[in-house]
Ligand binder design. Structure first.
Ligand SMILES: Nc1nc2c(ncn2[C@@H]2O[C@H](COP(=O)(O)OP(=O)(O)OP(=O)(O)O)[C@@H](O)[C@H]2O)c(=O)[nH]1
Ligand SMILES: [Mg+2]
Length: 461
């Protein structure tokens, strides 16, 4: 962090203006070298923090651009370091020229996520908040935006802090008891109080861990698997739903052999539509592998669209019911009879008996008939619980994993307390629980893990 870093923070080649951000101990002096203020004598050293200065950037005698320079002084900046932001015109050429001047004057070009990483290392935010910055930048729906914003503002961090304080409290009680274990008559930690505390902590951690299924659906899209026999029209439907010719459609059975998926925003909800290889008996190795993936995707989906060619409905249902229905328990299953344009009266199909939670619809994917009705059913099936800006919902798989481990540890603590296990064993599990919660906010995280997290950011963030 002794180095001063620079990067273009706006998207390349887009927009009328661009922002170049410089952060580090020499940010102000380096920028001062290449900047000529329009008012004589007003150099950057004399500039007040949080103000703008108008001037030009020159390469030797040659004018590169007229710019605005904003100044932030350590520690009151995003990174916690001296920071300068140069707003120039959006030309890629101008941006490159300014970057080159900065590098020639002693800056290093920033790694992906390095500004946020510095903010984290300088204690401006914890790791879960830093990760939320990336989520906020990537958010494309109201739900994603709300979750990322809440996490960035520290809602999750506060909840974790409270948990860790409670855990430390129990640990200190237990360890005090250990220190005086020679005096058998002394019992510092009231076990029933400890049990109540542990049970409270278990409830909170399991609520957080459980929120991941909702959080994941909001962040990555609700997984909707489109499955069925070959040629039912799955890929045709995918293309209609995505409004894009994403998958190859043909009348050859077994056209799709791999999983094809993409997300789309419908009425503020992000759906992840997953087209799969058609299910049939096959001796083709590749196709068999594809069909295995179909079943994996079916298992992972929240909503299943079972597509049936309406002209062969009775046979297709008979053939796949045993494979599909048991796997759809606890999921929303919508039976989509396709090719309605080819069957005059669908009544005979409606007589087929399905469990109550199964709904069905007739569409023609090819003619785009009744697609809106299907979309309505999807929105209804999505059934995401509404949440407010203050609800804590876990969206990050790394956090989910740490919470799951913390949950296992606190459950061992509970078991230990219930069976009057000696304090030193319980204390070990308590420490493990604290460790996993600390991992989420980055207090015990290794450099390698940190490197991985920030490498996923874009440059300039
Ligand atoms: N008449 C009619 N034909 C359709 C309809 N939907 C799809 N088709 C046709 O059915 C054939 C198969 O469509 P696909 O979308 O490739 O079917 P699939 O289920 O993806 O097939 P696989 O990838 O082989 O599993 C194509 O020739 C489509 O044009 C429809 O609603 N009506
Ligand atoms: Mg297909």
């Amino acid at each position: 962090m002794n180095e001063t870093i620079c990067a273009v923070s706006t998207a390349p080649g887009a927009g009328g203006i661009a922002v170049i951000r410089i952060s580090g101990p020499d940010a102000i002096s380096i920028c001062n070298n290449i900047f000529t203020p329009h008012t004589v004598g007003k150099d950057l050293f004399s500039q007040k923090a949080y103000t703008l200065r108008y001037g030009s950037i020159r390469h030797g005698k040659e004018l590169v651009d007229d710019v605005l320079v904003a100044l932030f002084r350590a520690p009151h900046s995003f990174t916690g370091e001296d920071t300068v932001e140069i707003t120039c015109h959006g030309s890629v050429y101008i941006q490159q020229q300014i970057m080159q001047l900065l590098i020639n004057s002693g800056c290093r070009s920033a790694h992906p996520g390095e500004y946020t990483q510095r903010a984290f290392l300088n204690g401006k935010m914890d790791l879960s908040q830093a990760e939320a910055v990336a989520d906020l930048i990537a958010s494309t729906s109201a739900g994603q935006h709300k979750l990322a914003l809440n996490q960035m503002r520290g809602g999750f961090s506060r909840e974790l802090k409270e948990l860790r304080e409670q855990l430390l409290h129990i640990t200190s009680l237990m360890e005090l008891e250990l220190d005086f274990s020679d005096h058998e008559e002394l019992e510092f930690a009231d076990r029933s109080e400890l049990k109540a505390l542990a049970s409270h902590i278990e409830t909170v951690i399991s609520r957080l861990a459980n929120s991941f299924s909702v959080g994941n659906a909001i962040k990555n899209g609700i997984p909707v698997a489109i499955i069925g026999e070959t040629n039912a029209g799955k890929s045709t439907l995918l293309n209609v739903l995505l409004n894009e010719e994403k998958a190859i459609v043909s009348d050859i059975h077994g056209t799709t052999r791999d999983v094809i998926e993409d997300t789309v925003n419908i009425q503020g909800i992000t759906f992840r539509f997953i087209d799969t290889a058609g299910i049939r008996e096959t001796h083709d190795t590749i196709e068999s592998l594809g069909i295995e993936r179909t079943f994996q995707k079916l298992d992972q989906a929240n909503i299943v669209l079972w597509m049936i060619d309406a002209t062969q409905a009775v046979t297709q249902i008979a053939q796949l019911s045993d494979k599909v229905l048991p796997r759809c328990e606890g999921k929303q299953l919508i039976i989509v009879y396709n090719k309605a344009d080819l069957v005059p009266t669908p009544t005979s199909i409606e007589l087929i008996d399905f469990p109550d939670n199964v709904r069905s619809i007739f569409i023609s994917a090819k003619q785009k008939e009744h697609i809106n009705k299907l979309i309505e059913m999807l929105v209804e099936a999505a059934n995401l619980p509404s949440f407010s800006q203050n609800d804590i919902i876990v969206t990050n798989i790394r956090h989910y994993e740490a919470l799951t481990r913390a949950l296992e540890a606190i459950r061992r603590v509970q078991a230990g307390l219930a069976s009057d296990l000696s304090g030193d064993f319980i204390s070990q599990d308590l420490r493990e629980c604290i460790f996993h919660l600390s991992d989420i906010v980055g207090e015990v995280t290794t450099d390698q893990v940190l490197g991985n997290i920030f490498a996923r950011f874009c440059i300039g963030k």
